[in-house]
Ligand binder design. Structure first.
Ligand code: ZN
Length: 330
């Protein structure tokens, strides 16, 4: 997984018996981990209940809903694709393979075609998969790459499931375009570049700006909020309301946990908004923010920061999302 290359390697090492043993042992570990850890986890669960002054009760460790075979990042060319296909073959032959859901990790740089072919081959054997497009930060990727992802989702049969392993608000919207779910949570990355996995760590304190559907530094967020006297960027969650002075939330009053709670509440609102609006209304909402930012905030922010250091605030990601979605809807 931490291989740096698109360089090739000798597939001879991965003989059928090696692949079979590797796949079986990885799946078996996941199958039995919950029951073999029951005692240890139960001890900590009881300590937590005691600390919370709750009645201690029996605690059952949940079994994993899905099991993931070993996997390697696929490049557009080279032998990794063949190795992953052989692993799928081996996993599909195991007992109870219906609970197996592979991770399809792809270094998609140019064309999505090889991802589409791999997805098809994977879904011929399994009910669904987790898709990991390497280095796909939704706030930065190009329109071409988003259109490619939409093409990938369009190629998926309706009765199969594809979950995005990483994602943010764009993935919420893509639930209307064939995606079946995505991983998201406090302290969980919205994108991952496998080259950087060794250096991955906890996120810095930052404020999730609901209208921009992205994180900003405390300073950037405060400048943007203060730039709008009509409260366009205002968040009405309980955390932000408590930290509001003179109509504006004071971001410096929010501690690390407040910032995380605010994110969870804001993402909950994102998902609620998504559930109650059609795709056209969701795109219009992005365009409202783009127009507001362009017509009001930007000039004022430029004034505010003219004597200070340069602050790079932009809604270009919203422009890219809206244009890609409009183009794929036409
Ligand atoms: Zn809030």
């Amino acid at each position: 997984m931490l291989d740096k290359g698109p360089h090739d390697f000798n597939l001879d090492f991965y003989t059928p018996p090696v692949i079979e043993e590797m796949t079986r042992s990885v799946i078996e570990f996941q199958r039995t981990f919950a029951s073999s850890s029951q005692k240890k986890i139960e001890r900590y669960a009881k300590l937590l209940m005691e600390a919370r002054d709750e009645d201690t009760q029996d605690f059952r460790v949940a079994k994993p809903a899905k099991l993931i075979p070993p996997y390697f990042v696929n490049y557009e060319s080279g032998s990794w694709q063949e190795l992953n296909r052989t692993i799928w073959e081996s996993a599909a032959n195991l007992d109870d393979s219906s609970s197996i859901m592979p991770i399809l990790a792809c270094d998609y740089v140019e064309s999505p075609d090889f991802v589409i072919i791999l997805l098809k081959q994977c879904l011929e054997k399994f009910n669904g998969c987790f898709l990991w497009l390497n280095n796909f930060p939704e706030q930065v990727v190009s329109k071409e790459k988003i259109l490619g992802l939409l093409e990938i989702l369009r190629s998926k049969p309706n009765d199969k499931l594809v979950f995005n392993l990483y994602g943010g608000y764009l993935s919420v919207i893509l639930l209307k375009k064939g995606l079946n779910g995505f991983s998201n949570g406090v302290g969980y990355s919205e994108s991952r570049n496998f080259h950087d996995l060794q250096a991955a760590g906890g996120p810095p304190p930052r404020y999730y700006m609901p209208k921009l559907h992205r994180y900003l530094s405390r300073e950037e967020a405060q400048i943007l909020i203060n730039s709008s006297p009509d409260g366009f960027y205002k968040c009405n969650c309980i955390i932000c309301r408590k930290a509001t002075r003179n109509k504006h939330v004071v971001i410096d009053d929010l501690d690390y946990h407040d910032l995380m709670k605010h994110f969870v509440l804001a993402r909950y609102n994102d998902i609620n908004f998504f559930a109650n609006h059609n795709l056209n209304e969701i795109i219009q909402d992005l365009e409202t923010t783009i127009n507001y930012f362009d017509s009001t905030s930007f000039a004022k922010i430029a004034n505010v920061v003219s004597n200070s250091r340069y602050i790079n605030l932009s809604v270009s990601h919203l422009v890219t999302w809206a244009e890609s979605l409009r183009e794929s809807t036409n």
